[in-house]
Design a binder for this molecule. Structure first.
Ligand SMILES: [Zn+2]
Length: 61
């Protein structure tokens, strides 16, 4: 199992959540970011993220 973390700003959190479910087939655990890794960026716009979406990838394919 591999851990996947995506980041999203406030504006794109809904679309990022949808895309996450489409990609992995599982709903992520969503948290407000506390201290961010310096390279964390919103998956959609590249701006500073506000939320973190995390899931363990199932072993498929
Ligand atoms: Zn964004």
């Amino acid at each position: 199992m591999k851990e996947s973390i995506w980041y999203a700003c406030e504006e794109h959190v809904d679309i990022t959540l949808d895309d996450f479910v489409d990609t992995y087939g599982i709903p992520p655990i969503m948290d407000v970011c506390g201290s961010l890794p310096s390279r964390a960026k919103c998956k959609w716009c590249g701006n500073k993220p506000k939320y973190q979406l995390k899931a363990m990838e199932p072993n498929t394919k």
